[in-house]
Ligand binder design. Structure first.
Ligand code: DX5
Ligand code: ZN
Length: 220
């Protein structure tokens, strides 16, 4: 593994009554990014937070806000999330009528672009856009909830994607999201993921010792 591994804790598993201090704790614990899951009750069967909350969190840390949009249609909200302080804006191709247009909207805001693939979504959905984007987010659970079981079948897709990126000599990160724990993180890295998202493992293992959990995920 030559790539540096980055850890992006998902605040979906944080205590929402004190999100601000949770984000500060994650920064102190050595998080690289802060993963923010945005859900609309339509694209996914759950509701979380919107741009207003991100805006309030923004002054608390300089860490990269890795915003995962699970909302449809997505285009009307790009500007709001960009203005709120997102650094990376990741969307699902199924949530837009025109993937190229959504990429363009995010770039016009000066933000990094990610495309997310649900467990059953094929690489074809992202392949022709690889030279225009910064990151592919491979979902290893069905989007919507934290605490689900990792789906090992996405590892094959991760490997294929890594090979394509390498072949084309592109600089595109592969992030993996859903059910990541101290065991399967090794498999995810071996498959080519260089950014690991984790909610439950980081907030719940070892009695919630964020620093320790981030370190183990990074090293295992
Ligand atoms: C699921 C979210 C994930 C999830 C990760 O829709 O995109 O970010 O919260 O949480 P764990 O690590 O608990 O699966
Ligand atoms: Zn996510």
């Amino acid at each position: 593994m030559t790539d540096t591994i980055k850890i992006s804790p998902s605040i979906l598993s944080a205590d929402f009554s004190k999100l601000g201090s949770e984000v500060i704790s994650l920064e102190k614990a050595g998080a690289d990014y802060i993963h923010i899951d945005v859900m609309d009750g339509h694209f996914v069967p759950n509701l979380t937070i919107g741009p207003e909350v991100i805006k309030k969190l923004r002054p608390l840390t300089k860490k990269i806000f890795d915003v995962h949009l699970m909302i449809s249609p997505v285009n009307n909200f790009i500007k709001d999330f960009a203005n709120a302080g997102a650094d990376i804006i990741t969307f699902h191709p199924e949530a837009t009528e025109d993937t190229a247009k959504t990429i363009d909207l995010i770039k016009k805001e000066g933000k990094k672009v990610g495309i997310s693939l649900k467990p059953k979504s094929k690489i074809d959905l992202v392949e022709k856009y690889l030279s225009d984007i910064d990151l592919v987010l491979i979902m290893s659970v069905e989007p919507g909830f934290g605490g689900q079981k990792f789906m090992p079948e996405v590892l094959e897709k991760t490997k294929k994607l890594k090979a394509i990126i390498k072949n084309k000599k592109l600089d595109v990160d592969i992030e993996i999201d859903g059910g990541i724990n101290f065991e399967n993180c090794t498999l995810a890295k071996q498959a080519g993921a260089n950014i690991l998202v984790s909610g439950s493992t980081i907030f719940k293992e070892n009695k919630g010792d964020l620093k320790k959990n981030i370190e183990i995920l990074r090293k295992n």
